[in-house]
Every structure is written in C-alpha cells, then in structure tokens.
Ligand binder design. Structure first.
Ligand SMILES: [Zn+2]
Ligand SMILES: [Zn+2]
Length: 331
C-alpha cells in the first residue's frame, strides 16, 4: 500500500510503499477513504510529544470502510463505514479506566502516535475503539469529526452550561464546536489572530455573535473560554475575559509556555483546566449530537501523496476549516 511515513522528527514524511497490514484478533482492516490532518500531527512530526513510535504512519481522523475483520469481531462487518479516532487502546484495569476516565489510562495507545494511523491506503484498528459513522456525508467531510469534533466536544462539555462562550483560535476544532454550541443556544465570541479577516468572516458565518482579534476584549465578561490555539499567552488573556466562576479549557495536547500572571486573574473561583484525549463515550455522544445539529465541515482536500503540503498549509495558518487527505481523486 501507499503510505506517508515519519521516520525521524523534524523531517518531511516519506512517500513509500509498505506491505498491506493484516487484521489480528479483534482488529478491523479498514480501507482509508479520508484522514484528517490535525495540529497534533504537527506536534508529533516536530518532536514536541515524547516517545512517538518511529517510524510511524501519522493520522488519527480516519474514515473508511471495513474490508476484513479479524477473529473475534462481532460488532462490525465487511462493508461497514467506520471512524478510527486518536484513542486506540486502553488497559481496562487501571484506576482511570475503572472510573470512566479511560482518556487518562496509564497504558493508552494512540492512533498515528504509538499505533500506525491513517496517512495510508489501509490501516488496522482495534474494533472496540472504532466508531460507527453515519451515511449521507462523504468520508472527506466526516474525517474532521474524529478529532477536531470529538476533542472540541469534550472541551465544550468541560465548559458546563456556559451561555457566553469564548473560542480562541478558529481552526478545525473551533469551526465544529461553534456549530454545536450554536445548536445548544449558546452565544459565541470568536477570537482569531489579530487581522485575520478571513477567519473572522468564517466565525461569523458559523454563528458567532461577536468576532475579534485575540488582542481585543470581549464586549462583556464570558462564562467560559475554550482555547484551541497552542499559544500559552492566551491563557491569562482568557482568564481576563471570563467572569467569576468561569472556566478556561485548554483543548490542545501541546502549548507554548504560559506566562506568569497575577493571582487576581484566577481569584473569584475561576478555573484553568486541560482536556486530554477522549473516551469512547465522547465519540458516541458527539456523533449523535453532530447529526442532530446538522454539522457541516469546511475542508480542503489533498491527495494522500501531498500530506507534506497539507501539513505546511496547517502550520502556516493558510486553511479555512480543516485539511483532509484522501485516497480518492481530489477535484
Ligand atoms: Zn487503563
Ligand atoms: Zn487530533
């Protein structure tokens, strides 16, 4: 099969031909239709996350079709449409797994980081972590649901019932979570890079009541803030923007250092927290609400062989919405 392989951090992915993977017990062999390009892929490639398996096929927003099932698989059949997310394995026995927090499992494995991912024509995945994907949308359109959507949704849940919601960084995750939040009747305050007119127009199209640069103050205090941009200085900024009792949720896996800030910004029972990974329950819940909210994703499709171009576009902030690699012909 054709695959894009990371051999060493801080190098380009290598376009290569590998032996097709074979499904082991409990695994599905999936013909990849589309795989989203996530900022986490950049962190893996840039060596910002510890201990990736190398070489590795990146990609953890996989949508495809089951072409073979391993022994012992009952939940899926050949021909099913599935999604393969970031969470690829958990131990089931640690304290986190036993208390509904498998996202924090000490022995978790992650797609495209410690398990080969979806920048390839085929992948294998443990069927217990695969998600059933709805019909009526293309693989390319669905791919960003698998991480941008899921992690965004988990971050939104951590905001509780916040009515006035700030979103910092308006990329792939934000453009989905804004639609869910709008569907839930929340008010959205979108912060982009200063001067990013296209990003601000995009946020307004998706229902934001207010848009501005990340250097601007919102017109009134917010109830919660979701920080998607990997920029540590946004944390004290968001604390400044929220009301007493509000929460700042950091949704990325990696962020630049958070600068020192006065305790007064945290005072008033404000919270700062991160969101790590996802649980299978998040996946099922998100897919349900995404259908009810009639989520439409804005994607730029790239052929699989152009993965390095897609990563570059993401790094340069040149995309509106999400980048997706596809094995189908790109129009
Ligand atoms: Zn565990
Ligand atoms: Zn991701």
């Amino acid at each position: 099969m054709h695959a894009m392989l990371l051999r060493l951090p801080r190098t380009e992915l290598e376009s290569t031909t590998l032996r097709d993977p074979r499904p082991q017990r409990g695994q599905l062999l999936v013909k990849v239709g589309a795989c989203g390009v996530c900022r986490t892929d950049l962190h893996v490639i840039d060596g910002e996350l510890s201990d990736p398996r190398l070489p590795i096929i990146p990609g953890h927003e996989i949508v495809g079709t089951v072409v073979e099932v391993g022994a012992g698989v009952d939940a899926f059949n050949v021909g099913d449409r599935v999604g393969v997310p970031w969470l690829g394995f958990t131990c089931g026995t640690c304290a986190y797994c036993k208390t509904g927090r498998e996202n924090l499992c000490d022995s978790a494995r992650f797609t495209g980081y410690t398990i080969d991912g979806g920048y390839a024509e085929y992948t294998v995945a443990d069927n217990r972590y695969c998600l059933r994907m709805p019909s009526g949308r293309s693989d390319v359109e669905l791919a960003p649901w698998l991480c941008a959507g899921l992690i965004g949704y988990r971050a939104l849940r951590m905001a509780g019932d916040a009515k006035r919601l700030g979103i910092y960084g308006f990329g792939a995750a934000a453009h989905i979570v804004a639609q869910v939040a709008h569907y839930q009747g929340r008010e959205i305050f979108a912060f982009t890079r200063p001067g990013d007119d296209a990003g601000q127009r995009f946020a307004r199209e998706l229902g934001a009541t207010w848009v501005g640069g990340s250097d601007e103050a919102p017109p009134a205090p917010l109830d919660a803030a979701l920080v998607f941009a990997p920029v540590g200085s946004l944390v004290p900024k968001a604390l400044r923007d929220i009301a007493k009792g509000g929460t700042v949720v950091c949704a990325g896996i990696h962020m630049s250092d958070i600068p020192q800030f006065p305790y007064a910004l945290l005072w008033g029972e404000r919270h700062v927290r991160s969101v790590a990974n996802l649980t299978r329950r998040d996946g099922v819940e998100f897919i349900e609400i995404a259908q009810k909210a009639a989520i439409r994703t804005r994607v730029t499709a790239f052929p699989l062989s152009a993965a390095n171009d897609a990563l570059r576009a993401l790094r340069d902030g040149a995309l509106t919405g999400a980048a997706v690699l596809t094995t189908a012909v790109v129009e």
